[in-house]
Write a protein that binds this ligand. Structure first.
Ligand code: ATP
Ligand code: MG
Length: 405
């Protein structure tokens, strides 16, 4: 057993020793039964948040209003949440109040999907009042209780259902799927950040399954802020993302390319989804290269120039994009090409030159804008002919240029 799990059980044991009930619950139980990697362990308990805080030396009141206390033990962190129901939902997003309850079963009933509504006790007993294990084996995504009601309470659950269908390659049970189509409009109420997080997980998993389901249920429009018109562009997007390595910027751009979205539209989508700025930059950089079609016939100097201007990552993504769109079986060819060119790249930035501004000053070049100008010219010379990248050769070049100017 992994240490992180052994320590989770120790937390459970401490709660029990203090007279409370405690179980592993939710995603970690699901993933344990599926023998998937588990990243976070959640614990559900009859202890009130104050009682949890009193019991463990290192706690953080992460979501105390909702009954969640993070417990740190041996360098690991666990979310320990008091049995609760969500009370009445006012707006399809936030329960107006959470109510702490006595029984595990009530707590499991508030959870979104049957496969996420199981708890595991220290004695090995699986508490599974909604048939989650059965659905796991049947590879079925099914809401706990009446799906329409559950999606009315919290519309994000619809995207979670689709996301798990994509990640696990499960089918969404009919009534649940039907309810998603009916209630899709409620996604308008959901914060862009929550939508973004689900979409990014979908895009990194079996994105084709996700896109297909999002299309079918007409939930796509809430991610891309545009009506979904014909199916073909989305079929293309699904096919391309399925063939692409799991890289977010790459897959985003493939979707944009499939939809033939222009730059303002792309910008609007990125802003709307509130993506982190680094990711936005990666996507924009790649998008800007759409018209630069990589060719096996590119001369060496073209590779060097493009690497220098756009950076390795963007060029590699552009090559993957080309392969995925035109010839997916050529991906290894492009991987090899790019790896080889990367090895041969003489400089990536000005400071990779075998000579610095100081060297130039030492040899009588005046400080000031001219210095930058010479360095840039040297970089160009090196990109044309990498053998120039040697100190004396570079100095000689500058001296020649000066003499001729
Ligand atoms: P993963 O961590 O792989 O994304 P997870 O199921 O663990 O999947 P979390 O967001 O970590 O997802 O949530 C933990 C548990 O909390 C879920 O398994 C589920 O029981 C419950 N849960 C999470 N979000 C919701 C929701 N919107 N509605 C109802 N229950 C939820
Ligand atoms: Mg989780």
């Amino acid at each position: 057993m992994e240490r992180i799990e052994a320590v989770a059980w120790k937390v459970v044991e401490s709660l029990e020793a203090a007279g409370f009930e405690a179980y592993l619950v939710g995603g970690c139980v699901r993933d344990k039964l599926l023998e998937r990697n588990i990243y976070d362990y959640d614990i559900t308990t009859s202890a009130l948040p104050e009682e949890v805080q009193a019991l463990f030396p290192h706690t953080v009141p992460t979501g105390i209003k909702h009954g969640t206390v993070s417990v740190r033990e041996e360098g690991f962190q666990y979310e320990v949440t008091t049995f609760r129901t969500d009370g009445e939902y006012e707006d399809g997003r936030h329960p107006a109040e959470v109510k702490f309850v006595r029984s595990l079963e009530e707590d499991l009933a508030r959870r979104d999907l049957t496969i996420n509504a199981m708890a595991l006790g220290r004695d090995g007993t699986l508490h599974d009042p909604f048939g989650g294990q059965f659905d796991l084996f049947a590879k079925r995504i099914k809401a706990v209780g009446d799906p329409v009601k559950r999606f009315e309470e919290d519309a994000l659950r619809m995207l979670r259902a689709i996301r798990f269908a994509a990640q696990l390659q499960f089918e969404i049970e009919e009534e649940t799927l039907q309810a998603i189509s009916e209630e899709a409009f409620r996604l308008q109420q959901i914060s862009r950040e929550r939508i973004r997080d689900e979409w990014l997980k979908m895009l990194l998993s079996h994105a084709d399954t996700a896109i297909q389901l999002l299309w079918e249920t007409d939930t796509l429009r809430h991610i891309f802020s545009r009506p979904t018109v014909e199916p073909e562009p989305w079929e293309r997007a699904a096919a391309w993302t399925a063939d692409a390595p799991p890289d977010i910027a790459l897959r985003f751009c493939l979707v944009f390319a499939a939809l033939e979205i222009d730059e303002p539209r792309m910008d609007k989508t990125l802003q709307g989804l509130k993506l982190p700025s680094q990711l936005k930059k990666e996507i924009r950089d790649l998008f800007a290269l759409q018209k630069t079609e990589p060719s096996p016939d590119w001369p060496d100097s073209t590779w060097r120039q493009l690497f220098y201007i756009h950076g390795y990552e963007t060029i590699w993504r552009r090559c993957m994009m080309r392969a995925v769109i035109h010839e997916p079986d050529k991906l290894p060819f492009w991987r090899e090409q790019v790896a080889q060119r990367r090895e041969q790249q003489p400089i990536w930035v000005l400071s990779d030159l075998a000579l610095t501004g100081e060297d130039l000053i030492e040899h009588g070049i005046a400080e000031g804008p001219a210095l930058g100008h010479w360095l840039k010219r040297l970089a160009q010379a090196v990109l044309q002919d990498p053998s120039h990248n040697e100190k004396t050769a570079l100095l000689q070049l500058v001296q020649d240029w000066q003499a001729n100017s």
